[in-house]
Design a protein around this ligand. Sequence first.
Ligand SMILES: NC(=O)c1ccc[n+]([C@@H]2O[C@H](COP(=O)([O-])OP(=O)(O)OC[C@H]3O[C@@H](n4cnc5c(N)ncnc54)[C@H](O)[C@@H]3O)[C@@H](O)[C@H]2O)c1
Length: 310
Amino acid sequence: MKLLVTGGAGFIGSNLVEKLIRLGHSVSVIDNLSSGYESNIRDLDVTFFEEDVCNGEAVEKIIRNGNFDTIFHLAASVGNKRSIDHPILDSQINVIGTLNILEAARKHKVRKIVASSSAGIYGELKTVPIKEDHPIDPESPYSASKLCMEKQCLAYGHLYDMEVICLRYFNVYGKNQRFDAYGNVIPKFVFLALENKKISIYGDGEQTRDFIHVDDVVQANIKAFESHGISGAFNCASQTQITINRLVKLIQESMDQSIEVEYTDVRKGDVLHSLADISKARKALNFSPKVDIETGLQNYIHWAKAFNKN
Ligand SMILES: NC(=O)c1ccc[n+]([C@@H]2O[C@H](COP(=O)([O-])OP(=O)(O)OC[C@H]3O[C@@H](n4cnc5c(N)ncnc54)[C@H](O)[C@@H]3O)[C@@H](O)[C@H]2O)c1
């Protein structure tokens, strides 16, 4: 089938593109390379449009000419810190950029949208495990813009002849995830450890997170794409909890080296425990995460070591 992946040069997008190509689909990518890398998709047989989703005319032209069955919409300004630094740009990309995609999809009769949402929309956690009907209370411009984009996508699903699935990712890790100023905890710890640098843990390290390997996020996207007659928002997580202390221990074991750790003050706004309930996605989409944290970390460290050498 003819498929479009926005943000396809990014961390999750490039893993998705690789899998879709392996499944025999014809894949196009829109990405402006603001946080993605052409090298992530250089060796893949994709049609690449270096374009900004905020450019409505360009997006419309690509979608008009593409005759796409499904659009996987991942392009976004990603992360709380980035959104606090650049709140206006965050909403321009995440909200207006999404509307550009939706409008073009509506006009040119795209059958399905699979959009990347975020667990950040839940805000402060009231109950764990988190179901999709947990109160929604975003606490950063990023979470607010992801909520807005999710609602816009679902509204298009209600209004028009279009199936729309929004996947609320929890903490994703895996191949092609760099460590940058906005980096998540796993790349941060692994890349610092590779350079024998000290890592900082906020609080006592007994806080828990629900990490999901990128292969399982790709699986969720493909299950969503293959489903029929289903629209809605679904948690996308592994439904397993791990403390940050245990995470560091696993990284040490996988790397076969000790890591110097310092404990610092709890960071304002960080939740203590995070764990998703994924029964809705299991039932409706037949989503079933496969990669345990031990295996996922080993794979990631293997990739990070090779990446560091280049
Ligand atoms: N990584 C996570 O843990 C996580 C968690 C929740 C949700 N998400 C969501 O998953 C999606 C992918 O995130 P990721 O982690 O792969 O981040 P990423 O930064 O690697 O990917 C985002 C991609 O979008 C592209 N992009 C940004 N602005 C653009 C624009 N204006 N026009 C065109 N392309 C643009 C970037 O260049 C990049 O390739 C995002 O929608 C993000 O909100 C990620």
